[in-house]
Design a protein around this ligand. Structure first.
Ligand code: TYD
Length: 341
């Protein structure tokens, strides 16, 4: 039996990955999660009683705890999905981003170094490259020019990973994904926020002209890439994972409203997010050379996602009524309109 530590396994991507890993024979998963506002064990409720799954409540910054967990369960490698990820929240305050994304990654690397773990996969983002000009796609060796406080903390974490590879020979590698979407994503992100607002007949705030472009990857396609790379990546390397399904935010929101049969008038232009990157785009030749490509076309993934949110209304209504309600007021009714940005 091989034991893999997935951090942030109660989050959106982490929970899909935990489920995916447990489909692999001979794999046991330990899920270490701090259960912040975005972490939710209900995403994995069907795993109760699964003998190859262990949940540990705790923070990745807690090096002592991580060391204990790795020893106790004889962990062979770590997949670090634990992070603060919402750009807008990092614009309000980035303390939690520095703590979890930078200090947390450092603590995990320390344990990987001390216990000579066999693998360390750092999940990162295309946002570390900064804005991509029209017609250009970032390759894995492109320089890092993060724009948001969130992206800066992810870039710092990537640098720490590279330093631990070079200095201590930790067998770590970095996976940079484009924007991910699918079931169970927290309703603050563009796609679920638009679906949930539309289902409640509430306006959908679109920053600036709405012509910013992102590449969108269905979460199951990302999980396939992560497992393939966990098994096959070369330590010290960076791997971009991108769908090349590039859409403007306006196109995305229009498609959602159309799928739901809701009026396009729900789109509400609001002031732009400061430092907003207009476009992200990546080449992902290294993972393609290992046989991966995105399999779920955007139209199909979006349809599946919309259907899931229609069928799981109690799940997201509960989240929207909790901490998120206060954040929404602070960000959309306060900060964006305050003129004091
Ligand atoms: P998001 O899902 O927050 O991911 P990221 O900023 O990391 O790419 O946002 C995706 C795009 O949607 C981004 O260009 C910002 C835009 N957006 C809006 O226009 N309105 C919103 O309320 C949100 C949350 C995002």
């Amino acid at each position: 039996m091989r034991t893999i530590l997935v951090t942030g396994g109660a989050g959106f991507i982490g929970s899909h990955l935990v489920r995916y890993l447990l489909q692999q024979p001979g794999v046991r998963v330990v899920n270490l999660d701090a259960l912040t506002y975005a972490g939710e064990l209900q995403r994995l409720s069907e795993l109760e009683g699964e003998p190859r799954y262990v949940f540990v409540h705790g923070r990745i910054e807690d090096e002592e705890l991580v060391a204990q967990v790795c020893r106790r369960y004889e962990v062979e490698g770590i997949i670090n999905c634990a992070a603060q990820t919402h750009v807008d929240r990092s614009i309000l305050r980035a303390d939690a981003f520095v703590e979890t994304n930078v200090r947390g990654t450092y603590a995990l690397l320390q344990v990987a170094r001390q216990q000579r773990l066999r693998r360390f996969l750092q999940l990162s983002t295309d946002e570390v490259y900064g804005e991509a000009s029209e017609g250009f796609r970032y390759a894995e060796d492109s320089p890092l020019q993060p724009s948001s406080p969130y992206a800066a903390t992810k870039a710092a974490a990537d640098h720490l990973v590279s330093a631990f590879v070079r200095t201590y020979g930790v067998p770590a590698f970095i996976v940079r994904s484009c924007n991910v979407y699918g079931p169970y994503q927290f309703p603050e992100k563009l796609i679920p926020m638009s679906i949930c607002n539309a289902l409640c007949d509430e306006p959908i705030p679109l920053y600036g002209d709405g012509l910013q472009r992102r590449e969108w990857l269905y979460v199951e396609d990302l999980c396939r890439a992560l497992w393939l790379l966990y098994e096959r990546a070369e330590p010290g390397r960076v791997y971009n994972v991108s769908s090349q399904e590039e859409r403007s935010n306006l196109e995305v929101v229009q498609a959602i409203l159309q799928l739901l049969g809701k009026p396009q008038e729900l789109i509400r232009p609001v002031p732009d997010r400061p430092g907003h990157d207009r476009r992200y785009a990546m080449e992902s030749q290294r993972v393609a050379a290992l046989g991966w490509r995105a399999e779920v076309p955007f139209a199909e993934g979006l349809q599946r996602t919309v259907r899931w949110y229609i069928e799981h209304r109690p799940w997201w209504e509960r989240l929207r009524a909790a901490e998120y309600a206060q954040y929404r007021r602070q960000w959309y009714e306060g900060y964006l309109h305050s003129g004091q940005r």
